[in-house]
Ligand binder design. Structure first.
Ligand code: ADP
Ligand code: MG
Length: 306
């Protein structure tokens, strides 16, 4: 999806890995063809031009879009797969080195809302109401990690570490499991913030350190709060541990938007989910860590905190 690096580490026979890689290549290509907003002929691009009409969709797309809608609902719209018009508005404004005007913001916000996405499983169709635009970019990495895990397991591979553009998924189906060690990047300094130890599951981090643009003299986060239309401020990064990659990916974006306290409140209501949220300290010269109990138990701090 737009040139994301996929790294696999598998403990297996070479032939099983070769077969898994061949089917993984086909699977990633077919998903990209269906879901990329950069391809005018993709299903998602056609849907974005369909002006409210319901289009027949594959079971795969119905499944991922249903999941996206469920996660948007669960996160009270902090994660929203229809946020595209706001992302584009801020990106275009950044190119022109200005801040969007109030009317521009209002116009973009009018089209944003996950409630406009209508998915029906039988027959499988998807429709977008109210000029909404769908973009699965924020969950594509986690979703692909889930697919790849399925393909590796189907070839009998018992232990693997899958990295799709920085989103991780690990599994170990052997009787004698060995935990995986995962480095969590420091959001505002070089090097590691800490390490997580996990037997299995997905880890995704969404941070404001990666793709910001300077608008109006200050750096703006590439993740937008769909509720206000403004780029995220204050939260530096959010790391989420979840059983599936798609959940970890979407919830990491949601927690970056929600911030530490509301974010951890959301996580406490979701079974099997843990999180670490890093915010700028009130004085602005340090960072503050907030984590769920499950994550704290598996986390070792490596950075020096002021
Ligand atoms: P990345 O993929 O850059 O590591 P994310 O997984 O958090 O980080 O996805 C960020 C991308 O998702 C943004 O570049 C933007 O296109 C889109 N996006 C921005 N804000 C939101 C949001 N609130 N909900 C869903 N997608 C978003
Ligand atoms: Mg993502």
């Amino acid at each position: 999806m737009g040139g994301v690096a996929i790294r696999l580490r598998a403990w297996s026979e070479a032939s099983a890995l070769d077969r898994a890689l061949a089917s993984a290549e086909r699977d990633v290509a077919s998903f990209e063809q269906a879901a990329s907003v950069f391809r005018p002929d993709s299903f998602i691009s056609q849907l974005n031009r369909a002006q409210g009409r319901a289009l027949p969709a594959s079971d795969q797309l119905v499944a991922i879009v249903s999941e996206a809608v469920r996660l948007a609902h669960e996160s009270s719209g902090a994660f929203d797969p229809t946020v595209g018009p706001l992302v584009r508005l801020w990106r275009d404004a950044a190119r022109a080195e200005r801040v969007p005007t109030a009317p521009e913001l209002a116009a973009a916000r009018a089209h944003v809302g996950w409630q406009h996405v209508a998915v029906s499983p039988r027959p499988p169709t998807i429709a977008l109401r109210g000029d909404a635009q769908l973009d699965l970019g924020a969950i594509a990495e986690g979703y692909l990690a889930d697919r790849l895990a399925g393909l590796l397991r189907a070839e009998g591979i018992a232990r693997a570490r899958i990295d799709v553009g920085g989103d991780l998924l690990m599994f170990d189906d052997r009787v004698a499991k060995e935990p995986f060690r995962i480095g969590i990047r420091h959001p505002s300094a070089e090097g590691l913030l800490g390490e997580l130890e996990l037997d299995s599951g997905a880890v995704a981090t969404s941070g404001c350190y990666e793709r910001f643009a300077v608008v109006g003299g200050k750096p703006r986060c590439h993740v937008i709060d769909p509720r206000s239309g403004q780029p995220v401020e204050g939260t530096l990064s959010a790391t989420v541990v979840a059983p599936s990659g798609i959940d970890a990916d979407a919830l990491a974006t949601a927690l970056l938007v929600l911030g530490a306290q509301p974010g951890l409140e959301l996580v406490s209501r979701l079974p099997g989910i843990d999180a670490l949220v890093v915010t700028r300290s009130p004085t602005g010269d340090g960072i503050v860590l907030a984590a769920s109990a499950g994550l704290t138990a598996r986390f070792t701090l490596r950075a020096k905190l002021p």
